[in-house]
Design a protein around this ligand. Sequence first.
Ligand SMILES: [Zn+2]
Ligand SMILES: [Zn+2]
Length: 332
Amino acid sequence: MLKAVFQGGDKIEIVSAPIPEPGAGEVLVQTSYCGLCGSDKRLFHNGTQNTPGHELTGIVRRNGPGATAPEGARVAVYIHPYCGQCRFCRVGETNRCINVLGGQIGFNRPGGYAQNVTVPASCLIELPPDISDAEGVLILDTIGTATYGVKYGLRALDSQARSGRAAVVGLGPLGLGSFHILSSLGMEGNVYAYDPAPVRMGAALGWGAKAIDPAGINPRGEFSLVVEASGQQAGRDLVFDLVEPGGCVVLFGQSPNPWIIQPHIKWRRKDFSIVHSFYFPIGMAAEFIDLFRARAGYYRQMISPIVPLEKLQEAFIDFCAGKTLKPLVKLG
Ligand SMILES: [Zn+2]
Ligand SMILES: [Zn+2]
């Protein structure tokens, strides 16, 4: 099979490798598609031992010892292995598992920029017939992570005087997903957005977002829910101006850089919540599939471009430059 090796310095080599053997409780998945994600950028720049790729769909080919997944099933893969037995897993909060802290697929173990991958059988999400393998990628981070974090933030809103407006800073895949989810969850027409990249900003405006004017921001805050999906210090500074008293900032943007909160008189008297969110409970997948169906036309427009594995390096260069929305690599 073929797989990508991230060498660092923005170089990706495609090499042949043996098809991996599924271990106990694991299955072999033949990868169909894998989505590029902002959290891959660090690996693209710095290099890594494991094959990255954590937004993958594929077909179950073989069970390892003790696994009983239906062979031939079309699946999306949940990236967090979880124990299923700790107090969080027992109530379905698999994203909060306290026994399995590492082992994320595509980070700490091989991921989806390869034609085959082994994953825990408990991490399979079966795709219904009306969701294609390419569309299934969006069920994961773009819709799943966004929905879970946005709902968490909505629960934290505290003021009776809330404006009901939302803002999204950073319109990579997770920011665009957050825009769609906020629109689906009752804020359609009241979602504002900002990204310096014209392609991403243009897409959001075309789907009904309103533009945030960075020069005209009132630091007392006018937005009940503010999503930070840029991972940049400038975005992280901006969200504290945007959030209104009693509002909530949802932090999605991942960055290897330190995050410095500089106290400032502008928002010293403003009380608000901050939610940090990274992934979602696996049991919410059916809800994410319904959210995809509700705005399927928009989500299909997000999938762009689709490239072969041999073009992964070029796809990352364009993605890092903000020229594309949600690139997918086609492997199957
Ligand atoms: Zn991702
Ligand atoms: Zn657990």
